[in-house]
Design a protein around this ligand. Structure first.
Ligand code: HEC
Length: 306
């Protein structure tokens, strides 16, 4: 994955389309989408995306035993310059803030997936509504509380792209989590997809946009060492699939998948249509995956489950 990230980065530079080379004033929608998508992939897994030699400290062992970073052992430092051990977040923003960026009040919080590593709050938390772009850049650059300092591993331009992605979600210029799913303590993984998606349009979108790589029935690329197909992944973790479709998959040849000219409402509808479609277990089956299929009446897909 790391090599792929590096190759992607080099290829992008050679092709003259480094996602960070967009200068202010250029408002071409493709370039904006590229840069925001890049920020989204950094949010997901920055070390795969930038192709840096960083292996997070293994959270199962007491000593710091990873590779790379300021201490050479797969840890990052806190605001005071002291190493922060990996307690399972692996220094990924999607883990520290949760996919919905609400920290402990959100999908990874104590009421839902109860991930012990999630931070108390994030960019979408109501108490942070007034935190400015400059303040977020400062926090991520230098660390704050249990949020590590990223200036040792990410450039200022990378940190800005990440923050602009998060604030685009917060401020409504990218699909908002609330428009895609609701949180539910009664649902496995803590979410239920929002109604209103059109599976027929979603199938057509899938065929046009995803089938080439993921196969007609979404089982060509298996995830997590063969545990899941893309269809299952969407039925298990629809909230993540929406954001990965939007931003692309870190360190792979899969970039942002939505047409850059769509309005935010159209982006949201397209994602909901896609998620609705992927809830069809016979059209996008389990195949040879090793994880079990979601059962009948599983609440995550709501009425979309087929
Ligand atoms: C150019 C080829 C390509 C296209 C087009 C593409 N993907 Fe991907 N996708 C990949 C590759 C390669 C991976 C990484 C696989 C891996 O990690 O082993 C991936 C990974 C993913 C993942 C991440 C799964 C995980 O590990 O969490 C999701 C979700 C996904 N794709 C959904 C989609 C959807 C939905 C579409 C269409 C809207 C799409 N992809 C279009 C190639 C593509």
């Amino acid at each position: 994955m790391k090599t792929i990230g590096l190759i992607t980065a080099v290829a992008l530079l050679l092709a003259g389309c480094d996602p960070l080379s967009v200068s202010p004033g250029e408002t071409d929608s493709n370039e904006t989408t590229d840069r925001i998508g890049y920020g989204g992939r950094l949010f997901d897994m920055w070390y795969d995306e930038v192709g840096i030699d960083f292996v997070p400290d293994n959270p199962e062992t007491p000593l710091a035993d990873g590779r790379g970073g300021p201490n050479g052992d797969g840890t990052l430092n806190d605001a005071a310059g002291l190493p922060l051990l990996n307690n399972g977040h692996s220094y990924r923003f999607k883990n520290l803030f949760g996919w919905d960026m609400r920290g402990d009040a959100g999908i990874y919080g104590h009421e839902y997936q109860a991930k012990e590593f999630v931070l108390p709050d994030g960019p979408l938390s109501t108490e942070n509504a007034d935190i400015t772009r400059a303040e977020w850049i400062q926090r991520i650059t230098s660390g704050a509380g249990s949020l590590p300092a990223y200036n040792d591993v990410l450039s200022p331009a990378q940190i800005e792209a990440l923050v602009d992605y998060m604030l685009a979600v917060r401020d409504g210029s990218l699909p908002h989590p609330d428009a895609l799913y609701t949180l539910s303590v009664d649902s496995p993984k803590g979410f239920v997809l929002m109604p209103g998606g059109d599976p027929a349009l979603g199938h057509a979108f899938y065929e046009a946009q995803c089938a080439e790589c993921h196969g007609d029935d979404a089982s060509k690329i298996m995830f997590d060492n063969g545990e899941q197909t893309l269809g299952m992944h969407a039925r298990y973790y629809g909230y993540a699939i929406a954001m990965i479709t939007l931003a692309g998959e870190p360190g792979s040849n899969m970039g942002p998948q939505l047409d850059p000219d769509l309005s935010v409402e159209e982006q949201t509808t397209t994602l909901l249509n896609l998620l609705a479609a992927l809830c069809d277990r016979s059209r996008y089956p389990r195949g040879n995956a090793t994880d079990p299929e979601v059962p009948d009446n599983d609440p995550r897909c709501g009425a979309y489950l087929r």
